[in-house]
Design a protein around this ligand. Structure first.
Ligand code: 8OZ
Length: 373
């Protein structure tokens, strides 16, 4: 019987334990360039079995929030190299979450202040984060997108390939494809967003086509054993919805089973909300999803996320419902979360007011156990 604290091999990546730092947007990389503060933040948390970086834009067009990092400029890649070096020196493993926001963006953040792109020209009822001229941050309504032309799609697939190669060259142990939370890939998957009438719209097969073209090009470029993917079958995040998530995501995982991926990362329920959140007529069956994946030949590690506490995480692994558990907010406030979970020690409380934007306060100043006199 496996334990949360056991090592595990996930594809090409060997982990010291099964506790994962979930991707956490923190808006502390001005100019989309990782900086020394970011290095300290990730280094402090390197005892995690696996660090998944904050969502990181594959291109300027894929950028949707102020001060999030990118994977597309030399300065950014040099900055990430400092992060991966520091994490490795501290004995950790780190993958970068590759992000194209699609319509969850604002004209202020887009190349030439153009419209964000999506599967269809439907504005999301959502907000994004901008930094004002005086340096203060604020949330703003997302802008109306334009539908991608068919001729533009191969270019975005190539952007994913280039970013995946750049990630490995910057020292990452692998990548996580961000296919969750109503961002671009999810904007193709969900039928309430994707109104296309070409080969990328309509049937489940067509709506999943973009996802599999991304998976294909990345696994061919860097290897499936260094590739993970995050999906969120029923999240309403960023105005995402689909009335029939079970057949949609069953098709997705059966297709993913064809690749020997490193892991499949599932956000259960509403992102940051209840794990039993429901879209469609009946509750989503996560056990059936994993069974479908495994019956289709899938062997990747199964990572679960969304509000798990210590006992729930221990039980999920010991009872075989998960191979790994990703923690978000607990890692914000506890750089030594692994130690604290092992010792069943008290946890620092995260300060919501400093989640997004700012500097060291609420970022690198949370104390580890040995610092608490
Ligand atoms: C990348 C994000 C996601 O996946 O939800 C995100 C973006 C902004 C704030 C919180 C989270």
């Amino acid at each position: 019987m496996a334990s949360l604290f056991d090592p595990i091999q996930i594809g090409d990546i060997a982990l010291a334990n099964r506790i994962v730092m979930a991707p956490l947007t923190r808006n502390r990389s001005p100019g989309a360039v990782p900086n020394t503060l970011n290095v300290t933040y990730y280094e402090q948390r390197a005892s995690a079995g696996l660090l998944i970086t904050e969502a990181t834009a594959i291109t300027h067009q894929g950028q949707g929030y102020a001060d999030v990092p990118g994977l597309y400029s030399k300065e950014a890649l040099d900055g990430w190299k400092k992060v991966t070096d520091a994490v490795h020196k501290a004995g950790g493993k780190v993958v970068v979450q590759m992000w194209h926001v699609g319509r969850i963006s604002h004209t202020d953040l887009q190349p030439n202040n153009g419209k964000p792109v999506s599967s269809s020209a439907i504005r999301a009822k959502s907000k994004t984060y901008l930094v004002n001229e005086d340096g203060t941050g604020s949330f703003a309504e997302t802008s109306e997108p334009r539908a991608l032309e068919l001729s533009e799609i191969p270019g975005i697939i190539e952007d994913y390939r280039k970013a995946a190669r750049a990630a490995i060259d910057a020292g990452f142990d692998g990548v996580e494809i961000h296919a969750a939370n109503g961002y671009l890939i999810d904007q193709f998957l969900r039928s309430d967003i994707n109104q296309r009438t070409d080969q990328y719209g309509g049937s489940i097969e067509n709506r999943a086509r973009f996802l599999f073209e991304v998976v294909d090009v990345i696994t061919k470029e860097i290897g499936a054993g260094r590739t993970g993917i995050r999906i969120s079958p029923v999240t309403p995040a960023n105005d995402a919805s689909d009335p029939q998530p079970q057949p949609l995501f069953t098709y997705v995982v059966e297709g993913l089973a064809k690749y020997s991926l490193s892991y499949i990362h599932i956000i259960e329920g509403a992102t940051g909300g209840p794990r039993d959140f429901q879209q469609g007529e009946k509750p989503f069956d996560y056990k059936a999803l994993r069974t479908a994946y495994e019956q289709a030949g899938g062997k990747a590690a199964w990572m679960v996320n969304n509000g798990y506490d210590r006992q729930e995480a221990i039980d999920a692994v010991e009872q075989g419902r998960a191979d790994l558990v990703a923690f978000g907010k607990p890692f914000i406030a506890n750089p030594d979360l692994v130690e604290r979970l092992k010792e069943n020690a008290p946890l620092n409380t995260p300060d919501q007011a400093t989640f997004y934007g700012g500097g060291a306060k609420g970022y690198t100043d949370y104390p580890a156990l040995e610092q608490v006199a």
